[in-house]
Design a protein around this ligand. Sequence first.
Ligand code: UD1
Length: 338
Amino acid sequence: MEKILVTGGLGFIGSHTAVALLESGFEVIIIDDLSNASKEVLTGIQTITGVLPEFHQIDLRDKEAVSQFFKAHTDLKYAIHFAASKAVGESVSDPLLYYENNLMGLINLLNPLVSKSSGVIFSSSCTVYGQADQMPITEEAPIKPAESPYGNTKQIGEEILRDTVAAHPQLSVVALRYFNPIGAHESAEIGELPIGVPQNLVPFITQTAIGMRAQLSVWGNDYPTIDGTCIRDYIHVVDLAYAHLAALKRLIQKQQKMPFEVFNVGTGKGSSVLEVIESFERVSGQKLNYRIAERRAGDVIQAYADTTRANEVLGWKAQFTLDDAMRSAWKWEQKVRG
Ligand code: UD1
């Protein structure tokens, strides 16, 4: 079975994808710099799958280390590239860190791959659409000027890949534009582990419920939506992992119509912030302490995916509901901090 390199494989989405790959019989090699993940995640992956994947602590900005790694793994042709920084606020205060991590890392990974028949799956984001004019958002929707250096690295990352496949026809790329990944593996062996105060909604909800945070602030209830709060497309991270598997099979079986393909990965269903809170209260049987606060700068009113392309071309569709995802996130939080 094919060997797959998973960069950032100890992170939130990377670890769930590593599990899905191992369960499908792939050999997995993980690279992670441990800047935002712990080595214990390897144990979680092993507990679920019975396999301890090969692991290398490498910072992808280190060109020499990456090149040495590929010299020792000449048969490696496929990479799923998660390793990147992802905190929007931090990217505004430290843009060079984001351009360095997210773009140099990508370039250093591509260099050893372009000369062979190879395939890369790139973690992109619905953030590239900004506030789209039409819902649901198709892949044809225009790319809006990025709202943050983080968002810009995703746009530039896609451009780097588009240019690189044009020059190197042996390389094929799938960019997956994730909507809002949430939840955890049902075993609660792996999940999301934000460092410091979470900026994202679901970890903030579960940390509030467990007593680590006093209260959740709902950023604005005067948006033009069903209940005034923002709408997002929350996708279970295990569904997201399966989307990578489907994309990988397409790359390996050389089924691509174009050397660079883009897919939205969401559920196709929008949920408001209050609906997410209600879902949490339903599955946990617990009331959440929250208040309505001012709008947060940079938030779009609504973003949810048209997933037709992924459904039809990748043969992939999200299976889990919002309640499933909230239940798994809560189970994970209770296990980690309870
Ligand atoms: C954010 C990023 C996005 C990035 C994604 C990565 C912004 C503007 N966007 O998406 O680019 O790809 O994270 O995970 O930062 N909310 C609250 N209270 C909270 C936290 C969030 O009400 O304490 C609301 C937000 O206003 C939003 C929704 O919950 O309506 C989801 O927020 P969040 O989880 O931060 O994700 P996004 O902002 O959609």
